[in-house]
Design a protein around this ligand. Structure first.
Ligand code: KG4
Ligand code: ZN
Length: 346
């Protein structure tokens, strides 16, 4: 079964064709990063217009490269920016109607958790623990069976990617911040890390989200600590002149990675998972991959991460997950609407 997947939830216009949920026949991603760079973040109105301009070309290329007959069309219907999601959903409806094939609406976060299985064979492990780390989300998800999702932990404020992006903005390093910080942090060879707060785990149930507090993270204190550090040490220009930026970003990255690895270890200790499955743009981070590998080795479970080309937003993950969802919807989905605040498992 060959499914066309379309993704326009944020700042990537993407389309792909995937066979039987695993084999990627084509994957085309047009990124809008240069468009949003001057603003230091995604501008929804600009994103929507750029999706409208590019969607036809991106889908055409994905179809041409795959050179196969399409059996269904899958599309992200949430979570994401409403004006951006609408472009993909409407395009998908039109294509599904024209080809007379079913339309399948997909949850973007659940699709990220499928990325480690793209272009691979072999069984998908279950039960598994999932970790989605992206620009908009940080979620720990227990998957007792493939396709069944229960959020067991999350961020109480900023997502991990957002924490990277805001720090890079504060330090004047550029956008998006994650890859820039990852690269600069690698140039710091010392171990004299600034003790930025790692948002120590709390006990009981979080009043903010109703989940176990020991499985939640908070990055707002870290961001404030960075701001204070910069202010107390002469400002960004002075710190750059003194060659301090690599140590600062490496320390900041350690705090984020430390918090993510710590909560992952706790989640693995509480749930009988046979694997840790990680997806989302932040899973490209080299230091995070190392830390999660160590965590998994200690817990004696394998770590599943995606190929770098599938870590960020893409259409392949949407098409792939749809294969396992094909009975969930059909022509009825033509009435579907976007769902900007969709949660995992909803
Ligand atoms: O999954 P994604 O492409 O889009 C969302 O669904 O949000 O994730 C984008 C996020 C951005 O915040 C970006 O800074 C972060 O992923 N990111 C990274 C790295 N590459 C991308 N964060 C840390 N290290 C990286 N190497
Ligand atoms: Zn994403």
């Amino acid at each position: 079964m060959d499914i066309l997947g379309i993704e326009t939830s944020c700042d990537e216009t993407a389309a792909a064709v995937v066979r039987d949920g695993r084999k990627v026949l084509s994957s085309v991603v047009y990124t809008q990063i240069p468009l949003h760079k001057p603003y230091g973040g995604v501008v929804p109105e600009l994103a929507s217009r750029a999706h409208i301009e590019k969607i036809r070309e991106v889908v055409r290329e994905a179809l041409d490269r795959a050179g196969t007959k399409i059996d269904a069309v899958a599309v992200t219907y949430g979570p994401g920016l409403a004006p951006a999601l609408i472009v993909g959903l409407n395009a998908a409806k039109g294509i599904a109607m024209a080809l007379d094939v079913p339309l399948i609406c997909i949850n973007h976060l659940e699709a990220h958790l499928h990325t480690p299985f793209l272009d691979t064979e072999g069984e998908i492990p279950e039960p598994a623990l999932g970790l989605v780390v992206s620009g908009g989300h940080t979620n720990w998800v227990y998957m007792p069976k493939y396709g069944v999702y229960e959020t067991i932990g999350q961020t109480l404020d900023d997502a991990a990617g957002e924490a990277f992006d805001k720090a890079a903005k504060l330090l004047g390093l550029g956008y998006p911040g994650g890859p820039i910080i990852d690269k600069i942090a690698k140039t710091y060879e010392g171990k004299d890390y600034i003790p930025f707060p790692k948002g120590r785990p709390r006990e009981g149930v979080s009043a903010l989200c109703g989940l176990e507090a020991s499985l939640c993270v908070s990055f707002s204190g870290l961001k404030t600590a960075l701001l204070r550090y910069v202010q107390q040490n002469g400002g960004t220009a002075k710190l750059a002149e003194d060659g301090e930026i690599p140590r600062i970003v490496a320390s900041y990255q350690e705090a984020i990675v430390g918090a993510l690895a710590d909560r992952t270890a706790t989640a693995l200790s509480r749930h009988a998972a046979k694997a840790l499955v990680v997806g989302g743009g932040v899973s490209l981070n080299g230091r995070l991959r190392l830390a999660l590998k160590e965590t998994c080795d200690k817990a004696k479970v394998p770590l599943y991460t995606a190929k770098p080309c599938y870590c960020g937003d893409n259409g392949a993950m949407i098409a792939a997950l749809a294969y396992f969802r094909r009975n969930v919807s059909g022509a009825e989905a033509l009435k579907a609407d976007v769902h900007p605040s969709l949660e995992v498992g909803e």
